[in-house]
Design a binder for this molecule. Structure first.
Ligand code: SF4
Length: 259
């Protein structure tokens, strides 16, 4: 008489977690839409993606709200900012205040030294003012390429994009798959209005860039950002010498309309 021999399959210690796919992003997009708080959304993102999740912060109002939610969630997220070498002093003050408040580190990602030296040797230290091409070359070396390096190998990329920020962002999803980088791009505040954002920041006493109180709703590099006048578009102070439409640094050109 034969006897059944129980077979115990040991977990394969060498098995790699599955990389995210379009299906992962679609399921996460639907899940995030059903969650009310940014803390819950960050936790859901962490639970859905097995590998490294990066949050690229520009230290703006939206990103400070996301940072608060990350700290509140306790989720393991790689928080970094692009140190272009041209930031306002107030932006570094915001980094220091945030690190002290939340007890975490915001990693500074610098441009490649060789690329930067060649750019400045060719175009000069203010070359970005001479043409749109030169400006895009500067953003490419100081922002886009460092961002690509920082995101390499990550499963998720958290941003502070909101649909209400501009017409170009009106359709920003909570989660979308970026096939070129093999990453899920995330916008946990996608459906927030500016009023919701401001209420959240005030209610949690979140540290913010002091320049916001001086007419700077959108803050980038110091030589490329000015205060706006009453009634101007919130991004009118970015690269203000260029024509208004389509002003982008290229950070969100792959999966969402703009940065
Ligand atoms: S915002 Fe201005 S200084 Fe900063 S990377 Fe772009 S062009 Fe260069």
């Amino acid at each position: 008489m034969s006897r059944d021999i129980p077979i115990h399959l040991a977990p394969d210690a060498t098995a790699q977690p599955l990389a995210p796919t379009e299906t992962t992003a679609r399921a996460l997009d639907a899940e995030l839409a059903g969650l009310a708080t940014p803390t819950d959304r960050i936790r859901a993102i962490r639970a859905a993606l097995p590998g490294r999740i990066a949050f690229s912060t520009s230290l703006g109002l939206e990103d400070q709200a996301v940072l608060h939610a990350i700290a509140d969630s306790g989720a393991d997220i790689d928080v970094f900012t692009l140190d272009t070498g041209r930031h306002f002093e107030e932006t570094f003050d915001t980094i220091a205040a945030s690190e002290a408040r939340y007890g975490l580190k915001i990693r500074l990602v610098a441009p490649d030294t060789g690329e930067l030296e060649r750019l400045v040797a060719r175009d000069g230290v203010l070359g970005f003012r001479t043409s749109i091409e030169s400006r895009k070359a500067c953003c490419d070396v100081r922002k886009v390429r460092p961002l690509q390096r920082a995101l390499a190998g990550a499963d998720g990329w958290i941003t502070g994009l909101r649909r209400g920020q501009s017409n170009g962002r009106a359709d920003v999803p909570f989660a979308t798959y970026d096939a070129a980088q093999g990453i899920v791009k995330l916008a946990p505040l996608a459906d927030w209005s500016v009023e919701t954002l401001e209420r959240y920041v005030a209610a949690h006493d979140i540290p913010v860039n002091a320049l916001h109180a001086h007419g700077f709703p959108s803050i980038g590099c110091q030589p490329c950002t000015r205060a706006i006048r009453p009634g101007e578009d919130i991004r009118a102070g970015r690269w203000w010498w260029e024509i208004a439409d389509g002003k982008e640094c290229g950070l969100h050109s792959n999966t969402a309309p703009r940065s």
